[in-house]
Design a protein around this ligand. Structure first.
Ligand code: SF4
Length: 215
């Protein structure tokens, strides 16, 4: 976690990192373990993601022959929502600004990346005071960009996620692990989260076992 993607006090509210919104949409416990407990592990998926991000993480901006511009690693924020973060890339063409979130895997419509890019769109609308109808997700697995329309429904979903994260920041108890959920299979936090323990009866070490159980 760096200063640019850590929560900070904005006024009487915490400013929530946009990347936390993506974690929240994937798994409530994952978001809390990373943003509240400061716990993180890498696995092949996260390393692949880091490598895929290498170009955009270098920052800087490019100008095309047609006057189009591309900013890399652009910091954004919305004081109205109380969120902040960094857009991987922001493209400015004839139709205005479009934030593009880079993912190394496949695109899943309606998935956590949609909420993340929607939050970026909402920040850019506020910062530049212009209509920005959509953002995009670039999926490395298919090498395609997918449009994410930012309508009232997704705006509400972002707002609810931000409020949910903000409430959790002051709550010392992490939520329980998901139970037998496929999301855990690819989650890098699994070694510390131990979601398997949620399905087991806790081991009682203090009650003597009946005699018949002994050999
Ligand atoms: S291992 Fe499962 S329950 Fe734990 S943080 Fe990851 S997705 Fe959530």
């Amino acid at each position: 976690m760096t200063m640019t993607d850590a929560p900070f006090l904005l006024d009487d509210r915490w400013s929530v990192p946009i990347s936390a919104i993506e974690h929240w949409a994937y798994c409530l416990r994952q978001a809390v373990l990373i943003w509240q407990e400061g716990y993180f592990e890498s696995n092949t998926d996260t390393v692949r993601g880091d490598l895929a991000h290498a170009a955009v993480d270098r920052g800087g901006n490019l100008t095309g022959r047609d006057g189009a511009r591309l900013w890399r690693s652009l910091p954004v924020r919305s004081d109205r929502l109380g969120i902040h973060g960094i857009c991987d890339t922001v493209y400015r063409g004839p139709d205005g600004l479009i934030p593009i979130e880079h993912k190394s895997g496949r695109y899943r419509p309606g998935g956590p990346a949609d909420l993340q890019v929607a939050a970026q769109v909402l920040c850019l609308r506020e910062m530049f005071d212009q209509p920005i109808p959509h953002g995009e997700v670039f999926a490395g697995a298919t090498r395609r960009r997918y449009e994410v329309r930012v309508d009232e429904a997704i705006h509400t979903a972002v707002r609810e996620a931000v409020e949910g994260i903000r409430c959790r920041i002051d709550n010392p108890e992490p939520p329980p692990p998901l139970v037998a959920d496929r999301r855990c299979e690819r989650c890098s936090l699994r070694p510390g989260c131990l979601p398997e323990t949620a399905t087991r009866t806790p081991l009682d070490l203090f009650t003597p076992r009946p005699l018949r159980d002994h050999p």
